[in-house]
Design a protein around this ligand. Structure first.
Ligand SMILES: Cc1cc2nc3c(=O)[nH]c(=O)nc-3n(C[C@H](O)[C@H](O)[C@H](O)COP(=O)(O)O)c2cc1C
Length: 404
């Protein structure tokens, strides 16, 4: 998964001042140049001055607001979870002593996720946050993974009862966890002890964590990711679902949708973000090329890659357990000042091959990478030392994700 970015002008609107891409990219004086040219209104509507301001980002600061009923406090934590393309494919039913989680398939990633793999992993991430929030709010929980035979969209029931209050460091990290798409610091390898501790966060017998740390392994995954990203670009449906479908380019659309991917979260250098916000939209081909370049940079600076594998990649409960482990891993990296980013292009192409009956090029590559007969690769990510802190992404507020 990833996103096509706005990187260069296609045509200049008549009322825009003439600002060339080069002018904007000249470095730290860029903002001054743009403002001096009289584009403050555009800068404002594009969120240049206050990228993480506005109600769309309030759930990151309000998540522990005083006076919330306990089940609502748990949902406030759940909605801050990692989820593919920030589509937020979840709905919650809140009762006095229990919560139910449902999938919202209207928020599927379509051709990028034809079998619901990413959708279910994201639900697992939300469930993990929710379960971390239960003891922090003084509740014990009992988890029952669905579905309810009467409702295939029902994913899980969490029964709550008063218990010992316990606030873990993973729980406290919930509002600080953000996907980091910047290059990582290649001068600092991820220590073996970090990888061992991360692996030990997996307590599910039907999930395995595989690490790829050697130069040769990382180069091989880099090469595969670049190939898969190019193939996504070349597939018109996947290219649309990867880019324009979930891209929120300006403040108004961020505030309206409160989901999706924003220019600020794409890991671009500050001057490039400014250029992307201020200049007219690029065409799809140029946007695709820019996205490919960022996948190259991200994959090329991974400290390590991890792949989460399961016995049966079509089993919803196993996917949800992978989501729980990924969320836990990402929270642990947050506590320990490491950076992390899912990179799911290989799986997205493998699923697409299966959907269209194509030769399983990426399916076979994943099997070969894993080299673990009887296990199926479900989710890939990179970790490393950050070069920059990642910003938050928008979230729909709790009332918008409640159902009856
Ligand atoms: C199943 C799944 C797949 C994802 N795949 C990618 C990916 O391929 N590339 C990427 O940059 N982020 C990927 N992400 C991260 C999401 O885009 C990210 O969690 C979402 O935009 C919300 O942002 P946040 O994690 O900063 O809160 C994935 C997340 C999940 C759960």
């Amino acid at each position: 998964m990833g996103v096509n970015i706005r990187s260069a002008p296609r045509a200049e609107a008549a009322h825009e001042p003439r600002i060339s891409r080069r002018t904007v990219l000249t470095g730290s004086g860029a903002a001054l140049v743009v403002i001096a040219l009289g584009s403050t209104r555009r800068a404002d509507t594009r969120g240049v001055f206050d990228p993480a301001g506005g109600q769309a980002f309030a759930p990151w600061t309000d998540w522990q607001a005083e006076g919330q009923d306990v089940p609502i406090a748990l949902v406030s934590a759940a909605i801050l979870a990692s989820n593919a393309h920030n589509a937020q494919p979840w709905l919650f039913r809140v009762q006095d002593t229990s919560l139910d989680l449902f999938e919202d398939t209207s928020r599927s990633l379509g051709s990028l996720d034809p079998f619901g793999r990413e959708l279910h992993i994201g639900l697992g991430c939300a469930l993990e946050n929710l379960l971390l929030a239960a003891p922090a709010n003084g509740y014990e929980h009992k988890l029952l993974l669905g579905p309810d035979p009467a409702d295939p969209g029902h994913v899980a029931t969490v029964a709550l009862s008063p218990g010992r209050a316990e606030e873990t460091e993973l729980y406290s990290a919930i509002p600080h966890r953000h996907t980091n798409r910047y290059p990582f610091d290649t001068s600092r390898p991820v220590s073996n002890s970090s990888l061992t501790t991360l692996g030990a966060l997996n307590d599910e017998p039907d999930v395995r964590v595989h690490w790829f740390t050697s130069r040769a392994e990382r180069d091989r995954i880099h090469e595969l990711l670049a190939g898969a990203a190019a193939d996504i670009n070349a597939d018109p449906e996947q290219s649309y679902d990867n880019g324009p479908r979930w891209l929120r380019q300006d403040k108004q659309s961020i505030e309206h949708h409160r989901d999706g991917l924003t220019l600020d979260t794409m890991g671009l250098a500050a001057a490039a973000v400014l250029a992307a916000k201020m200049l007219p939209d690029p065409g799809p081909e140029e946007a695709g090329r820019a996205w490919l370049a960022s996948v190259h940079e991200q994959a090329g600076t991974a400290g390590a890659f991890g792949i989460l594998a399961v016995r049966d990649d079509r089993d919803r409960a196993q996917r949800i357990r992978v989501g729980r482990i990924w969320q836990r891993i990402h929270l642990w990296t947050t506590v320990n000042r490491l950076a992390a980013q899912p990179m799911n292009q290989l799986h997205e192409r493998a699923d697409r091959e299966a959907q269209l009956g194509l030769r399983p090029e990426y399916g076979a590559a994943l099997e070969e990478l894993l080299g673990d007969p009887g296990w199926r690769a479900l989710f890939t990510f990179r970790i490393g030392h950050p070069t920059q802190q990642a910003p938050p992404s928008p979230r729909r507020p709790v009332p918008r994700v409640l159902t009856t």
